[in-house]
Write a protein that binds this ligand. Sequence first.
Ligand code: ZN
Length: 225
Amino acid sequence: MLYLPCPKCNGELQVRVAKQGPKAGLEFYGCDNFPLCKFTAGKTNVVDLVKKEIFKKQIPTQDSKYWTKENLSKLSKKEIRFLASINDVSFDKQDGINDIVDGLLSLNNFELFQLQNKDWCFMYNIASDFFSGFKFIHNFKSKFLNTNDKEFEVTNNRGVVGGIFKASGSKVLLEFNDNYQIKNESGNMIVLILNQDNKSALAQVVNPQVINSKNFSDFLLTIRN
Ligand SMILES: [Zn+2]
């Protein structure tokens, strides 16, 4: 759910319908403190406009690769909630700021989970619009990974070699080359689909909402021992 704080006051933007004037009948965003606050924004550019108005501090927090507890703690509650909202981190109105920060930070993690028996899945959430030259190392202990090291060349759907994905006894490493870029829509996930036969991993941008229990294995990378 999109949370749009009013850049001019502590209100929240809501969809309104223009009652008069040349735009009568058209929807726009207005502040819920109207008539005390007269801030308005068009429907198409509202997110960009709020982003521009809200993130005036010189903190590189819009890109998830700069997300750390320290960086995010410099933002106000309004900024944190907006940042969470545009990255599809869900929160309740009563959630404390630390909970929302933890939600944002977890986006930078691999998820490794067991589907059933010997089927394991990896996926990687990324929240920035573009990424390149990315390296992620995730340390953990896992029964599954106590097998031989596995290494896969990462490619995209045009077949361009983008980096490597390695899984070993105690860690997972995902490394993308500097010149390898994937355009990501906010809220989508990057999923690696592993092909054990030719040792390659296809990096694919996926909207998590299209994944369900029936097509799970088509999207998520699965390794069978
Ligand atoms: Zn306002």
